[in-house]
Design a protein around this ligand. Sequence first.
Ligand SMILES: NC(=O)c1ccc[n+]([C@@H]2O[C@H](COP(=O)([O-])OP(=O)(O)OC[C@H]3O[C@@H](n4cnc5c(N)ncnc54)[C@H](OP(=O)(O)O)[C@@H]3O)[C@@H](O)[C@H]2O)c1
Length: 203
Amino acid sequence: MNIAIIGTGNVGGALASAWAAKGHHIYLGVQDLNQFKGKVLLKNQHTQACSIAEAVAKAEVILIAIPPQAIFDVIEQMGDITGKTIIDATNAVRVVPDPYKTVYHCLADKTKADVVKCFNSTGFENMLNPIYNGQGIDMFMAGDSDKAKATVSSLASDAGFGSCIDFGKDDKVGLLEKFALSWINLAIMQGHGRNMAFKVVRR
Ligand SMILES: NC(=O)c1ccc[n+]([C@@H]2O[C@H](COP(=O)([O-])OP(=O)(O)OC[C@H]3O[C@@H](n4cnc5c(N)ncnc54)[C@H](OP(=O)(O)O)[C@@H]3O)[C@@H](O)[C@H]2O)c1
């Protein structure tokens, strides 16, 4: 699959590496080709850097892993993304992309892409290594398009996660950001540390 990574920092870098290792073609969409966070990703196989517009044009799937307020800049540069799958991995923790509550809601309103909220609910260290005690931790996703969710679920599996559990449609996107805040609360405020993750168990 051809995947554009917009935001090549902690989250974008971890997922770009995991997907490149699985044979996906990775287009890092960057603001400045000479200087961007995650330049070391160019050492990965099947990985190249280009402008945001070029990366998006080449990809079927676009990962958004930027500060939420940067989404307006990025939308202007992306061009036509009708029918593409966009994964929103952001969390509007400190800054909200006003007037929208989340980047998902901004993308759903301003573009004709199929948006899925995913890869927001755990720390980037767990994206670099999602294996605990020999098992992949779970990932969670929300959004309106079942087709796009099937694609994202398969990419979560490629990144080493256990299940990619459907959190619901767009009315559950806010809840999925709160779920991310719950991880942040436990890991950071309550002092459990960032080597901690969620897995659903059943009997
Ligand atoms: N850190 C985590 O553990 C974690 C976990 C889950 C979700 N998240 C969410 O994921 C998002 C990214 O977090 P991160 O920790 O990966 O951030 P980060 O390491 O600071 O990386 C941010 C990336 O966004 C790019 N960027 C900033 N402004 C931009 C703009 N106007 N246009 C295009 N690209 C722009 C930066 O580009 P340059 O390289 O040019 O500076 C950089 O590559 C945030 O919304 C965060 O809440 C983070």
